[in-house]
Design a protein around this ligand. Structure first.
Ligand SMILES: NC(=O)c1ccc[n+]([C@@H]2O[C@H](COP(=O)([O-])OP(=O)(O)OC[C@H]3O[C@@H](n4cnc5c(N)ncnc54)[C@H](O)[C@@H]3O)[C@@H](O)[C@H]2O)c1
Length: 263
């Protein structure tokens, strides 16, 4: 049994299912004090559960009111797929993440960290920085909706939301470190066996997902992703800041380096 001074305190957002549930369970089982946040009432193992609709800024503000200081980690894992309305995708995957990250910074201890789950679907985010300027300046739902209304509806909004999450996290990482001593990193899973995968088959296409699976041999599992979240949140990653770590069996990065070496 850990004494109270050594218990690490972790907020897991999106703890009701999939990667978030596995993250909360892992941290709880290793002895952390876990606050598990989700839209649904959860039975994920945790010290405390809070229900919050991340589409609702006032619900996020209410949640933050209940969170004191001295936390070690914010793991923002919640997400919705491209089958959801565009406004929900941008609110949950980007805007709420931004609100909770900024809200948690003064509540995290010096040496703490924020880990955000993005996606390999954000591929090409470097090329979209200019396009996403208005979204990255938007700090409320009305501004996000106004920005989205001017976009090509054919561009996948899920990718947009994850690109914005990665760019925002990288922009936050320097100031968060300098002002609060908090590191900010993202984890980008490839296709991972959780309940959201069926929606991805609809929004991204089953053929595309099958070809990813055929290339790397299998889809990922929560057991592939959680240890990376755990590492980035730990003191062992104390000098790792502003990174995006792909957890995809090596599907994406080899595509960016030219012709594969013939073996
Ligand atoms: N599974 C994959 O293939 C995959 C791949 C890349 C990235 N991701 C990302 O990983 C993260 C976790 O996804 P998952 O695979 O565990 O999916 P999941 O559907 O199992 O879990 C998502 C969680 O987010 C919560 N959530 C959704 N909308 C919410 C809202 N409005 N308010 C509060 N909570 C809300 C859900 O209730 C659920 O518990 C997401 O950000 C997702 O985009 C998943």
């Amino acid at each position: 049994m850990k004494n109270e001074a050594t218990v690490r305190r972790t907020v897991v957002v999106g703890a009701g299912s999939g990667i978030g549930a596995a993250t909360a369970t892992r941290f709880h089982e290793r002895g952390d004090h876990v606050l598990a946040v989700d839209l649904r009432p959860g039975d994920t193992p945790a010290a405390r559960h809070a229900q919050c609709d991340l589409r609702d800024a006032s619900a996020i503000a209410d949640l933050l009111e209940t969170i004191d200081t001295g936390w070690d980690t914010l793991a923002y894992v919640a997400g919705v797929p491209g089958t959801a309305p565009a406004g929900d995708v941008l609110r949950v995957n980007y805007l709420a993440m931004r609100m909770l990250s900024e809200g948690m910074l003064p509540r995290l201890r010096h040496g703490g960290s924020i880990v955000i789950v993005a996606s390999t679907a954000a591929l090409g985010w470097q090329l979209r920085m200019a396009d996403l300027t208005g979204l990255l300046e938007a700090t409320d739902a009305a501004a996000v909706d106004a920005w989205q209304a001017g976009q090509d509806p054919a561009y996948p909004v899920y990718s947009t939301s994850k690109q914005a999450a990665i760019i925002y996290s990288k922009r936050l990482a320097g100031p968060a470190w300098q002002k609060f001593g908090v590191r900010v990193n993202t984890v980008s899973p490839g296709p991972t066996r959780t309940p959201i995968l069926v929606d991805f088959e609809t929004s991204m296409g089953k053929d595309m997902l099958d070809s990813v699976e055929a290339t790397v041999g299998r889809h990922g599992t929560v057991e592939d992703v959680v240890p990376v979240i755990e590492f980035l949140s730990s003191p062992a990653a104390g000098w790792v800041n502003g990174q995006d770590i792909h957890v995809d069996g090596g599907f994406i990065m080899p595509l960016s380096a030219g012709a594969p070496i013939q073996l």
